[in-house]
Design a protein around this ligand. Structure first.
Ligand SMILES: *Cc1c(COP(=O)(O)O)cnc(C)c1O
Length: 360
């Protein structure tokens, strides 16, 4: 067996100790004689797994009692609809900040349900910057303000949390959650698909302030109503049990690493190392304003794009996998989520330097 450094944007690399524990427990979870995959979600064993995962997450991220933690399905993409369906509370309009592909998708979906005010957009800079809050035109009557703290495709990240006063702040944290400490109380709602920094695909995490639950309109399907899931402990129907279990192991692994502050320090170091290398080279280029470069997703291009294929082939031979950029932007993208060890970034930089020596 040989494992590669997997730079995929999602589904992404998982911590090796977590995979090893999964393998260890796969056929017989702690003497139950069955796999977690085969357990009733209402049985004692799985209920304990589920509760422990939630408790770990609450401790890790400092989630206060008056926030619900929901383990849902449908991906972050379903939250693009569930957020307006639940949070409009009769208001009919919401503010959105557009910083790239994922915000654009969230806006498009929200427009099916309400009037969207694009309070700020970095489209004019081809989404390589983040508009400072002083330039945002927020509507005081908006039901909520939605933004994307990390744009997975453009590699643009907020290194600050917007201040929206009494208007609830909603964040699509799919590709940055748990990468650094989280001030949950600054947010009305946080959502994230699990497959980047939490665990396997199929699980979507929603952290929502209690008072924002229970306002879905009459036509909203019950399975799209946060209240249904909050009241049922995320077991209104069969939840993604295996993904939930693995997420719990990942939360424990993060705690063993020293928690979110330690993750942040490591993530910053990894990203800074790679950006410093790119900036010091005439062969590689990252287009993003240094003040808002992502710690999680680092897009870069080669001075000679005709060498993209050779670059990827050589990388794969060196055990560096899935560096191809998103189909909408081309070039390369290295995703450096929590599970990517520093040695993986070092190996990538060594390979890039060697490739430049041969072709630059
Ligand atoms: C990956 C991603 C999504 C889409 O997630 P799905 O779980 O596939 O729906 C949405 N927003 C961001 C920021 C993402 O990175």
């Amino acid at each position: 067996m040989s494992r590669v450094y997997n730079f995929s944007a999602g589904p992404a690399m998982l911590p090796e100790p977590v995979l090893e524990q999964v393998r260890e427990e796969l056929l017989d979870w702690r003497g139950t004689g069955m796999s977690v995959m085969e357990m009733s979600h209402r049985g004692k064993a799985f209920v304990a797994i589920a509760e422990e995962a939630e408790a770990e997450l609450r401790a890790l991220a400092g989630i206060p009692e008056h926030y619900e933690v929901l383990f849902l399905q449908g991906g972050a993409s379903l939250q693009f609809a569930m957020v307006p369906l639940n949070l409009l509370r009769g208001k009919g309009k919401a503010d959105y900040v557009n910083t790239g592909s994922w915000s654009t998708k969230a806006i498009k979906e929200a427009r099916r349900f309400c009037e969207v005010n694009v309070a700020a957009s970095s489209e004019a800079s081809r989404f390589t910057t983040i508009p400072p809050q002083a330039e945002w035109r927020l509507d005081p009557d908006a039901a909520y303000v939605h933004y994307t703290p990390n744009e997975t495709i453009g590699g643009v990240e907020f290194h600050w949390v917007p201040d929206t006063g009494d208007v609830p702040l909603v964040a699509d944290m799919s590709s940055t959650i748990l990468s650094r400490p989280l001030e949950v109380e600054r947010f009305g709602l946080i959502y994230a698909g699990a497959q980047k920094n939490i665990g396997p695909a199929g699980l979507t995490l929603v952290i929502v302030r209690e008072d924002l639950v229970g306002h879905a309109g009459p036509g909203v399907p019950s399975m799209l109503d946060y209240r249904t899931h909050a009241e049922a402990g995320s077991m209104a129907n069969t939840p993604p049990t295996f993904a939930w279990y693995v997420a719990g192991l990942v939360f424990k692994w993060i705690r063993d690493q020293g928690g979110l502050a330690a993750m942040a320090e490591r993530n910053r170091r990894k990203a800074e190392k790679l950006y410093a290398f790119i900036d010091g080279s005439d062969f590689y280029h990252n287009p993003v304003d240094p003040a808002c470069r992502s710690w999680m997703n680092v897009p870069f291009t080669l001075a000679r794009p005709e060498l993209d294929g050779a670059f990827l082939e050589g990388a794969a031979e060196a055990g560096l996998s899935t560096l191809k950029g998103h189909r909408s932007v081309g070039g390369m993208r290295a995703s450096l989520y929590n599970a990517m060890p520093e040695a993986g970034v070092d190996a990538l930089i060594d390979y890039m330097a060697e490739f430049e020596r041969r072709h630059g």
